[in-house]
Design a protein around this ligand. Structure first.
Ligand code: GLN
Length: 209
């Protein structure tokens, strides 16, 4: 389906390789994105898990913050996992001093929301948008979505109602790491958005007869 759609994995810090391998396995042409030129060549971007404050800082040092913000504003499909979800949030709670995000999603995300005792855990999640079977979800020092704005869909919640997966237009975010469990459906959903985005771009770029 997504054959040869060119997508990037933001490769400043975090579990870059796992996402790149998964996307390549789904048939995408994968670019590791470190510089503005790399970003300009892709029709979708995955922001991996890792440490959001570090990715934020490195993105500013390498002149990537503005280009990423601009492309998000222009409709680029982006999928953020864990730290990547934090970086897509318009508001970050419990960030380190001066921490910034790229933003784009009208959500409030709290970092490290499960506390020390439950630094990481796995659970099965019902994600109606993905159908059956349920999603095996691994949470590692994970954030939660504390507020979901109008226009944002909650794709999955924990049994207590805590929102852990969201979508707003071309932006998808999950608190957990599907890539460590061989779960491919979130990435496939992202690739479908990237493929559609690539098509509108080539239509826009087509010469007028
Ligand atoms: N706690 C990390 C952060 O704040 C996220 C952890 C992860 O990406 N697994 O960025």
């Amino acid at each position: 389906m997504a054959g040869n759609t060119r997508v990037g994995v933001l490769a400043l810090q975090g579990d870059v390789r796992e996402h790149a391998a998964l996307l390549a396995g789904l048939g995408a042409d994968v670019v590791l994105v470190r510089r503005p030129d790399d970003l300009a060549s892709v029709d979708g971007l995955v922001i991996p898990g890792g440490e959001s404050s570090v990715i934020d800082k490195l993105s500013r040092i390498f002149g990537m913050q503005e280009p990423i913000r601009e492309r998000i504003a222009a409709g680029l499909p982006v999928y953020g996992t864990c730290a990547g979800l934090i970086l897509l949030a318009n508001t970050v709670l419990d960030g380190i001093e001066g921490q910034q995000s790229f933003g784009g999603m009208d959500i409030e995300v709290r970092r490290n929301a499960f506390g020390r005792q439950t630094e990481s855990f796995e659970t099965d999640l019902d994600v109606p948008a993905l159908g059956e079977p349920t999603v095996r979800a691994t949470f590692i020092r994970a954030p939660i979505v504390e507020r979901v704005g109008a226009g944002v869909d909650a794709l999955a919640s924990l049994p207590d109602g805590t929102v852990v997966a969201v979508q707003q237009g071309n932006l998808i975010g999950t608190s957990f790491h599907p890539e460590v469990d061989g779960e491919t459906r979130f990435h496939a959903r992202f690739l479908a958005l990237a493929e559609a985005f690539a098509r509108t771009r080539s239509m826009r770029a087509a010469p007028v007869p």
